[in-house]
Design a protein around this ligand. Structure first.
Ligand code: DAT
Length: 172
């Protein structure tokens, strides 16, 4: 494996997609949005009436991604991480956004009040950060502030540097 696999996780709206796509275009790594992948392949296992969204078929998602993850050089974007095999990722970034900023972003997306409140609570209780720390070696789990365009730029540069270093350490 000559390129690392990176997981971008965090509450919906924190900026995973924005960061992941930009990072992919600047690093040459491949970007995979698990939500889109599931939609395209209909990798669902029922429907959640309370949250008004399809339930991800986690096993099929893992099967679908396995070969690409073995090859390396993949940036995975998803608001969850406990069902991915631990061996897949070399580093995990949990994006974090201040509540008032996140609220505005999700409002712009047209989320209803319940969905808005659920996601804001998820961010307040750092649910995704705790999930990442519980599912992976804590040493590879890092938080990144994602409030404004300056944060985005600095996050990209930080991750690009990490990728470069990883590749140096793993070249033969
Ligand atoms: P996610 O993929 O985590 O759901 P997104 O990348 O779609 O989030 O971003 C949600 C919105 O916020 C979108 O309109 C772009 C904007 N955004 C993302 N990161 C940002 C940042 N660092 N500064 C300002 N706006 C940002």
């Amino acid at each position: 494996m000559l390129q690392p696999n990176i997981l971008l996780t965090g509450t919906p709206g924190v900026g995973k997609t924005t960061l992941g796509k930009e990072l992919a275009s600047r690093s040459g790594l491949k970007y995979i949005n698990v939500g889109d992948l599931a939609k395209e392949g209909q990798l669902y296992d029922g429907y959640d009436e309370e949250y008004d969204c399809p339930i991800l078929d986690e096993d099929r998602v893992v099967d679908e991604l396995e070969n690409q993850m073995k090859e390396g050089g993949v940036i995975v974007d998803y608001h969850g991480c406990d069902f991915f095999p631990e061996r897949w990722f070399h580093i995990i970034f949990v994006l974090r956004t201040d509540n008032s900023i996140l609220y505005k972003r999700l409002e712009t997306r047209g989320y209803n009040e319940k969905k808005l409140q659920d996601n804001i609570q998820c961010e307040i209780f750092q649910v995704l950060y705790e999930e990442a720390r519980a599912s992976y070696n804590e040493e590879i789990v890092h938080q990144l502030v994602s409030n404004n365009p300056e944060d985005l730029e600095s996050n990209i540069n930080q991750i690009l540097k990490w990728i470069e270093q990883w590749m140096k350490n793993h070249s033969c």
